[in-house]
Design a protein around this ligand. Sequence first.
Ligand SMILES: C=CC1=C(C)c2cc3[nH]c(cc4nc(cc5[nH]c(cc1n2)c(C)c5CCC(=O)O)C(CCC(=O)O)=C4C)c(C)c3C=C
Ligand SMILES: [Fe+2]
Ligand SMILES: [Fe+2]
Length: 345
Amino acid sequence: MLYCNLGTPDTSSTKDVKRFLAEFLSDPRVVEIPRLIWLVLLHGVVLRLRPSQSAAKYASIWSLEGSPLKVWTDNQARGLQAWLTKHQHDVVVRYAMRYGSTSIPSQLDALKAEGATRVLILPAYPQYSATTTASLWDAVYQWAGQVRSIPELRFVNHYHDDSRYIGALAARVQHYWQEHGHPDVLVMSFHGVPERTLHLGDPYHCECFKTARLLAEKLGLSAAQFKVTFQSRLGRARWLEPYTEPTLIEMGKAGVRRVDVVCPAFTCDCLETLEEINMEAREAFLHAGGQAFHYIPCLNDEPQWIEALGEITQQHLQGWPTQTLPDAATLAASKSAALAQGAVV
Ligand SMILES: C=CC1=C(C)c2cc3[nH]c(cc4nc(cc5[nH]c(cc1n2)c(C)c5CCC(=O)O)C(CCC(=O)O)=C4C)c(C)c3C=C
Ligand SMILES: [Fe+2]
Ligand SMILES: [Fe+2]
């Protein structure tokens, strides 16, 4: 199986951030404005200004092991492998990134070389959005278009309302509150997308609200005790509202003393949570008069989340005969036999 996440730069240098942003922002699923106009804007303005600004932000969250998004994705994939093995599933888990290193084609090639004949694709995104989930599918289809013998493929579209995902989120929040007490308001901040995508039929907005409602129900929160917001707006177009930071500023000004922020659309801590929320939004709330700001970390490699990922995977593997992978010696023997017969492998 392939566990897929967004991707991240190799280092926090401006050069690597620029390379990453160029690939990410050239994806027509991510920026849906007429190609020619966007390419001129992207190369003429955005890629001249943004890389150095973003690189400084990346530098502020970079760890000794590298980008937090990569480190957590790697840990989750290892945890998932251990869970599946423990539960007797003969499944190889790899992770891949949609943009940057550890690309989807490279990891599908690796799975195929390891003898995989069936591949389950599981996104690290609980909510479906064309900007993220559909773009993963594009990359898989593109790879398949170049392959002679395509493995059977299954795609998990979303798990925004899965009781195991909601349960893991609720446990994360509850544990945090056991240690740090309760806030006046729990802000559930989701990554934003342009508002236009909602009118074009993208289910992302509805799925975020369903996740939020289920999480609030599980935590026993009243409507006044939580608020849904959208972060990470880019450009001048309208994105999904209410926006996270302006909402926090309003709350601070209105006398809300303590807010806790959780980011349910991110299963891994990354730039958008560690810098935009835990640094920028924190400062904005406190500056507006708020007294206490608590950021509740993402699910990362929490055991309950790894178990949830394992059970979601198990459910989507149903009906697929368990495959026995040939060991390395068998693979090597069949490859040399094929080569001896003149095959091009
Ligand atoms: C320009 C449009 C963007 C859309 C639409 C968008 C949707 C979207 N993104 C995520 C998850 C992540 N985004 C991350 C970073 C990031 N996102 C955008 C732009 C859009 N995202 C940019 C330009 C960046 C890079 C940083 C920056 O320059 O601001 C990340 C973090 C990556 C990391 O390395 O840590 C994640 C994760 C979702 C879920 C989503 C739509 C639902
Ligand atoms: Fe993003
Ligand atoms: Fe951001």
